[in-house]
Design a protein around this ligand. Structure first.
Ligand SMILES: [Zn+2]
Ligand SMILES: [Zn+2]
Length: 160
């Protein structure tokens, strides 16, 4: 079996992490990476210990659910909490970031944004990334990746 690329490796993890999201309007996952090492992950969810959208419905104001902290911000906060530098890092996100998250990403010193799915792709966020010289690239996961993982899993089970 071929080893998967670094991009697939981190991008696939952002997708797995998104499955922990507690707001089913959009399930987002983020992975912050420095020197090919994961330093933090995040998904969109409520403040720890408080009500989840998936249990009690969304908290919608002006057409947006404002209950959750976005995945990208949660990942940056995790670094702040644990005392880990995000300067010069890269971020892998399932969806193109919103304007607020784009500001947080840039201000945290993150230099590259990799994402999987287009999501509104806010033109103001695109301008901001350009102005601040942040590389943004969209990736596609290798189509056989999850089949490979499933096969590996089934083989591991058989060998038990
Ligand atoms: Zn919600
Ligand atoms: Zn956001």
């Amino acid at each position: 079996m071929d080893r998967i690329s670094w991009t697939d490796y981190f991008m696939a993890q952002s997708l797995v992490i998104s499955t922990r999201s507690t707001c089913d309007r959009l399930m987002v996952g983020a992975v912050i990476v420095r020197n090919n090492r994961i330093i933090a992950t995040g998904y969109n969810g409520s403040v720890s210990g408080l009500t989840h959208c998936i249990d009690h419905g969304c908290f919608v104001v002006d057409g947006h659910c404002i209950r959750t902290i976005h995945a990208e911000v949660n990942a940056v906060i995790q670094c702040a909490k644990m005392g880990i530098s995000t300067d010069g890092a890269e971020i892998y996100i399932t969806h193109f970031p919103c304007y607020n998250c784009s500001k947080v990403i840039i201000q945290a010193g993150i230099k590259k944004v990799h994402y999987l799915y287009d999501y509104h792709n806010d033109p103001n966020a695109i301008d901001l990334f350009n102005e601040c010289d942040i590389q943004v690239s969209k990736h596609e996961l290798s189509p056989h990746l999850f089949e490979q993982i499933k096969q590996l899993h089934l083989t591991n089970i058989d060998q038990q």
